[in-house]
Every structure is written in C-alpha cells, then in structure tokens.
Write a protein that binds this ligand. Structure first.
Ligand SMILES: [Zn+2]
Length: 235
C-alpha cells in the first residue's frame, strides 16, 4: 500500500469517527468560517497548527508568497481574487489574515534569476516586487522583504471595495502576520507602531480595525506602505 493511501485510510478510520458529529453539522448547517486566511504555499506553514483551528473555521487560500492580486486591471484567471470576493460577499468573514513567513522562497526569488520557462512564476512574483529592497541580499534584507510584502498585501486588500467598506464599518479586521518558523512564533503587524511584534509580546492578533484613511488626503498620503517602510527599516 502506498503511503498516501495509508493516510487516507487512517483519516477515515481513526480521525473521522472522533469528529463525525462536527462534520455532519458542517454539512447540515453549511460552513460559516470567521476567518479568511491568505497564506504562502510553503509546506512549513501549517495554518491549523498556528491558530488551533479545526474544520469549518478557516477559509484558506494559499499561493506562492501569500500575495493578493490587485482588484482592478487583472488579466488572466485569478483564483486568489475570486476567493477574496467569495469570502467577503458570501461567507461574510470578520477577519482576514495575510500570513507570510521566514525563509520564504518566493521572497528570496525576488533577488534571484527566475528561469525563463517559469513564466507564470515570474509574472506572479511581479506582484511582490515592490517589497524588494535595492540592497545585497542578506538574512536581514529577506526578513524585511517578507514583512514589507505582508504590509503590501494588506494595502492591496483595501483596494477591494467589499473589503474596504466592511473594514471602515469595523465589521472586518485585517491581520498581517510574519511566521518565524525557527522560533515557532507569529510576529503580528501593528499598524499604529508600524512594527511586527512577537505574539508573546503583542496585545492583539492584528492591526485591529484598520485605521481610516483621512477622507480628504491626497491618494499618496493614504498609502500606509511607504509610511511604514521606514519604521520596518528601524529608523
Ligand atoms: Zn513562502
């Protein structure tokens, strides 16, 4: 028997009977997850372990780099954008987590040559290019790039009208996370301090209600990305 088949049988024989009632409820009542979790595809990031969530609690979309495509001007097929729309309009989640992590291959690839054959990967990573720094790659630069990318995706989420509206009404909160694999700890983005704080020291699990953009500020002043960038750099 191959190992995957063995695991499928284990799930059915061992895990399922212990949780059968929960699964039956989820079928009868439908799913009502509270959280849209946008995470990197990296195999070391395990959303259920990090959050202690079980079936029915997380609506998960994962992709290379935990990236959020721009709402407007999309060309091609965008599963991630579709998932965001579905989570907001149908499931009406109350939290959106964007979870990047340490040692992210996608962020490192921003500093490497990408093989010409990987044309989809190249195009995809362009969405994170703004997070890359004009410096020699180093562990410190990568850490900052990973964190900058998370903030950039939060910013991009706010361009989705169904996200912005509900965030501004305080019905939805945004949570920017940087999971440090070797520490076993998520560092949580605080929009007020512009810093990522280890969960053990943080007072909340995310930005809380995203701060309202000043109504009459010019568009570039509404960008938290640039404003926060200096603080991530430790200035
Ligand atoms: Zn990654």
């Amino acid at each position: 028997m191959d190992d995957l088949l063995q695991r499928l049988r284990q799930f059915h024989d061992d895990f399922f009977p212990q949780h059968q009632a929960r699964f039956e409820d989820l079928v009868k009542e439908g799913q009502h997850p509270s959280t849209l979790f946008i995470g990197c595809s990296d195999s070391r990031l395990v959303p259920y372990l990090l959050t202690g969530a079980g079936p029915g609690e997380l609506f998960i979309v994962r992709n290379v780099g935990a990236l959020v495509p721009p709402y407007d001007g999309l060309h091609g097929l965008h599963g991630t954008a579709a998932a965001i729309e579905y989570a907001m309009l149908n499931l009406k989640v109350s939290r959106i987590v964007v979870c990047g992590h340490s040692h992210c291959g996608a962020m490192k690839a921003l500093y490497d040559e990408i093989p010409a054959q990987a044309k989809n990967l190249r195009g995809w990573l362009d969405m994170a290019r703004e997070a890359a720094l004009p410096v020699q790659v180093s562990p410190e630069a990568l850490r900052r790039t990973e964190q900058r990318a998370v903030v950039l995706q939060l910013e991009r989420l706010m361009d989705y009208p169904m996200v912005r509206e509900r965030v501004e009404k305080h019905e939805v909160t945004l949570h920017g996370w940087h999971y440090v694999i070797e520490e076993g700890e998520v560092h949580v983005f605080d929009v007020r301090s512009g810093q990522f704080t280890p969960a053990s020291l943080s007072e909340h699990s995310g930005t809380g209600p995203y701060h309202d953009a000043p109504r009459d500020a010019p568009p570039d002043e509404q960008s938290i990305f640039n404003e926060i960038d200096d603080r991530l750099a430790g200035h």
